[in-house]
Design a protein around this ligand. Structure first.
Ligand SMILES: NC(=O)c1ccc[n+]([C@@H]2O[C@H](COP(=O)([O-])OP(=O)(O)OC[C@H]3O[C@@H](n4cnc5c(N)ncnc54)[C@H](OP(=O)(O)O)[C@@H]3O)[C@@H](O)[C@H]2O)c1
Length: 297
């Protein structure tokens, strides 16, 4: 089968499309014929050799966590899913023609493979950080870097829970944030004052890692009311860095419920082929993805 792989850590150019042995579903796993793979920033962070602790990487390595596709092998002990089912979920080396998933759910009616591949990691992350920051219905959550994959999920889940969101994004994404129910403002010069003008902030999430922790603490009045997923220096200011994934099966169940109720939609910014994986990584790394980028197989 064809698979995207890298033999050394480095820039997008280390990615190669190679012929590889097909993987097989072990106990508790399913194998899918991949139809699409989600492109997450963690994919290029692993490729660069940045996050070896959380994602131990043996070279040569495949790429990708999220995928959607059609089940073609069901591992020992797995129940509730059959060969031929359309699923989305999380696994390993998903930029490939076949991949093994360790967590999955049936794709809700009406969602394409391309769209479905964009959900698993961002929904798990969004649910985890909303829970960890402890924001309650009726309160206001400030989201720095609100228009990306995780931000798109946070905004819609918060709206579903009656949490008001103030989101920051670039000028081109202000209407997008409003379409997801948030009060929008731009980041950059003067942003703290613009947020203050919009009202009181009960809790805050740093999704962009753009050196805003001090300001988020100032706006909430308490480091315990701030969480970052992108600034490793956040703990120096007493702010929690959330980096350990929660239950992906639970997140997928919740994602299916939200999608089915019409409460969650993550748009696909752009699709790529397997041969264009390096371009997908370079574009993701540029840091201005609206929703999710995906690789279509
Ligand atoms: N720790 C964890 O568990 C975990 C989990 C998932 C992701 N992450 C990390 O969290 C970050 C976000 O992930 P993602 O998937 O949402 O990324 P993404 O889809 O690439 O989105 C990045 C967003 O950041 C915004 N942005 C860029 N510069 C900004 C600035 N100076 N101030 C505010 N916003 C800015 C962009 O908005 P505009 O286009 O509007 O400029 C873009 O929408 C990544 O660094 C990723 O590695 C961590």
């Amino acid at each position: 089968m064809k698979k995207v792989s890298f033999a050394e850590f480095g820039g997008p150019d280390v990615l190669q499309l190679i012929d590889a042995e097909e993987p097989h579903a072990g106990p508790g796993q399913v194998r899918i014929a991949v139809r699409a793979a989600g492109v997450n920033p963690v994919d290029w962070r692993v490729r660069e050799g940045q996050v070896l602790g959380a994602h131990p990487t043996r070279l040569p390595s495949g790429v990708g966590l999220d995928a959607s596709g059609v089940v073609d092998e069901v591992g020992e002990g797995v129940e509730g899913v059959e060969v031929g089912d359309r699923v989305f979920g999380e696994g390993a080396s998903t930029y490939a023609e076949f991949a093994v998933l360790s967590a999955w759910a049936l794709i809700p009616e009406g969602l394409t493979f391309e769209e479905a591949a964009g959900y698993p990691s961002v929904v798990e992350t969004a649910l985890r950080i909303i829970r960890e920051v402890g924001v309650r219905p009726g309160q206001t959550l400030l989201v720095s870097g609100a228009s990306g994959g995780v931000g798109s999920a946070v905004l819609q889940i918060a709206r579903d829970r009656n949490v008001t969101v103030i989101g920051t994004a670039g000028a081109a994404n202000q209407d997008y944030l409003r379409s997801l129910g948030a009060v929008a403002t731009t980041y950059g010069e003067g942003w703290v004052e613009r947020v203050r003008q919009l009202g009181r902030v009960d809790a805050a999430l740093d999704l962009a890692g753009s050196d805003v922790i001090r300001e988020l603490v100032e706006l909430t009045g308490d480091p315990h009311k701030v969480i970052s997923i992108a600034d490793l220096d956040a703990p120096k200011l007493g702010v929690r860095f959330s980096g350990v994934a929660g239950s992906v099966p639970d997140a997928l169940t919740e994602a299916v419920d939200l999608i089915t109720r019409g409460k969650l939609h993550i748009p696909v910014e752009k699709s790529y082929t397997l041969t264009e994986a390096a371009a997908a990584h370079a574009d993701s790394h540029a840091g201005h993805t609206r929703g999710r980028r995906v690789i279509v197989v």
